[in-house]
Design a protein around this ligand. Structure first.
Ligand SMILES: CC(C)(COP(=O)(O)OP(=O)(O)OC[C@H]1O[C@@H](n2cnc3c(N)ncnc32)[C@H](O)[C@@H]1OP(=O)(O)O)[C@@H](O)C(=O)NCCC(=O)NCCS
Length: 252
């Protein structure tokens, strides 16, 4: 029998939580308090609240008791870097992203996942050109320069979210130079074209399934799932999950 595509779920929510409603750990609350930029703080609190609600459902524990930890590949600290579940008995893999008014959480079973959202046009021309020069390989840069100026913001956001999604799935993050990872051109379906050098995290050039996402007006997103088997992606309403958490807290 043919194996069905593996499922991947992505929840999108509005970044508007200033209080965590008792969902976050003390360490997360302390980190939120250290974030000076209001947008960053709202995004962090909203993303963690959403993630904890989703994982609490799977693990059947209260959101605050979800054993969420992190591991930084660079300095070894456990308060930032890629998130993980300590002592997790399930096979769930997850990734979070936040930008401006949007936060996203992606989940898969048994295959590493990475998700990224960007504003379609939040950088001015000089900043975008600098990002293009740094993040795109020579062939991609030649394509970028042929794109009409007015379309470059969205195109660059597509390239960037595709590359970041892959690098979050492997755990490399920006420790891997994005210019050394070739992805399809922005007007083509999302796909990995080539690793110019191996991924340090996996010590290989892993196959990846990519899919562009629709985080809402003004934003673009992408999810990456390691492995070659096809994926089926569903985008879901994270605001509804957060409202459900509020309702449960109000009646507890
Ligand atoms: C994190 C990163 C991959 C993406 O950043 P971004 O697009 O600005 O942010 P996003 O909102 O899309 O993603 C942030 C989330 O990625 C996750 N993340 C962090 N490092 C990660 C990694 N190496 N692999 C996968 N996911 C990672 C975290 O969950 C983080 O959310 P949190 O800050 O709320 O915990 C990139 O900024 C990066 O590589 N940073 C690492 C910088 C570094 O190594 N610093 C050294 C500190 S000692």
């Amino acid at each position: 029998m043919m194996r069905a595509p593996d499922r991947c779920q992505v929840w999108w929510a509005t970044s508007d939580r200033s209080a965590d409603g008792g969902l976050l750990s003390d360490a997360e609350r302390a980190r939120a308090g250290r974030l000076r930029c209001a947008e960053d703080r709202l995004g962090f609190v909203t993303a963690r609240a959403l993630l904890r609600l989703l994982l609490a459902d799977r693990l059947d524990v209260p959101p605050v008791a979800v054993p969420l930890g992190a591991a930084c590949r660079v300095c070894g600290a456990n308060d930032h870097g890629r998130l993980r579940l300590d002592g997790d008995p399930t096979n769930v893999s997850f990734s979070v992203t936040r930008r401006g008014a949007r936060v996203g959480v992606a989940m898969t079973e048994g295959r590493a996942v990475g998700v990224d959202v960007e504003a379609a046009d939040d950088r001015g021309d000089p900043a975008r050109a600098a990002l293009a020069a740094e993040a795109l390989g020579p062939a991609e840069l030649a394509t970028y320069r042929r794109i009409p100026v007015g379309d470059r913001g969205r195109a660059m956001a597509r390239w960037w979210t595709r590359k970041e999604a892959v690098l979050k799935a492997t755990g490399d993050g920006l420790g891997f130079p994005p210019a050394k990872l070739r992805v399809s051109r922005p007007d083509a379906p999302a796909a990995l074209v080539a690793w110019e050098v191996p991924s340090p995290s996996t010590a290989s050039r892993p196959p990846v399934r990519l899919q562009d996402l629709d985080p809402g007006p003004g934003y673009v997103g992408c999810v990456a799932v390691l492995g070659s088997h096809p994926i089926r992606v569903r985008e879901l309403d994270g605001d509804e999950v957060l409202r459900g958490g509020d309702r449960r807290a109000a009646t507890a």
